[in-house]
Design a protein around this ligand. Structure first.
Ligand code: HEC
Length: 179
């Protein structure tokens, strides 16, 4: 789905809630723009810029390590590395490396939400570099692999096929097609 149709769809869902419950108002184009890049799992919406794990080291030490640990093994923030192969065990460890199915979603999340106490403060290049480093520490990309709008969607995450569609045909979702 293109970013634009994704945003349009989201706006449509909001509009439905507004009509139904009489709350809120549709966001303006400017407000949607101000929220920044919306990146779909396919990578649609990824902005220009690029980064490598090597370029991310200094940034991570400065802006991420105090919460996630020096090598992202976890501290007051969750671990971002490790856990591969544990999901089906009695003690699953969910990290970016073991759990997240799309590298593009990691970009979207870091861009919007991190650092936790200063979200939205990273440049696009810094987000690419931080994501590259996290992926590198998880053994997914090499230290000097350049990640950008073209290469990031091509990164295959270890748990890409670990999600099972579960549409629950017995449960009628309001608003679902044909219901
Ligand atoms: C002030 C503490 C803090 C700082 C600084 C910080 N984080 Fe986080 N981070 C968190 C917390 C807390 C969470 C969990 C948030 C939640 O689950 O709602 C998190 C979650 C994450 C996640 C998702 C983990 C998962 O598997 O759900 C990623 C990726 C991440 N941070 C990357 C970064 C990067 C990259 C930086 C530096 C640019 C950074 N964080 C800086 C506290 C921090």
């Amino acid at each position: 789905m293109s970013t634009r149709s994704f945003v349009a769809l989201a706006a449509c869902a909001i509009l439905q809630a507004q009509t139904k419950y009489g709350v809120g108002r549709p966001p303006s184009e400017a407000e949607i723009r101000a929220l920044g890049a919306t990146v779909a799992p396919s990578g649609a919406g990824l902005p220009e810029g690029s980064g490598t794990a090597a370029a991310g080291r200094e940034l991570f030490a400065r802006k991420c390590a105090r919460c996630h640990g020096e090598k992202a093994g976890g501290d007051i923030g969750p671990a971002l590395v490790g856990g591969q192969g544990t999901l089906a065990t009695a003690k699953p460890i969910r990290t970016v490396g073991s759990f997240w199915p799309h590298a593009t979603s990691v970009w979207n999340y870091v861009n919007r939400a991190m650092p936790f106490d200063k979200p939205g403060s990273l440049t696009h290049a810094e987000v690419y570099a931080a994501v590259a480093l996290i992926l590198h520490w998880n053994g997914i990309v090499s230290e000097n692999q350049v990640l950008d709008a073209k290469t990031l969607p091509a990164v295959r995450m270890p748990n890409r096929d670990g999600f099972i569609p579960d549409p629950r045909p017995d449960v009628k979702r309001p608003g679902a097609p044909g219901k």
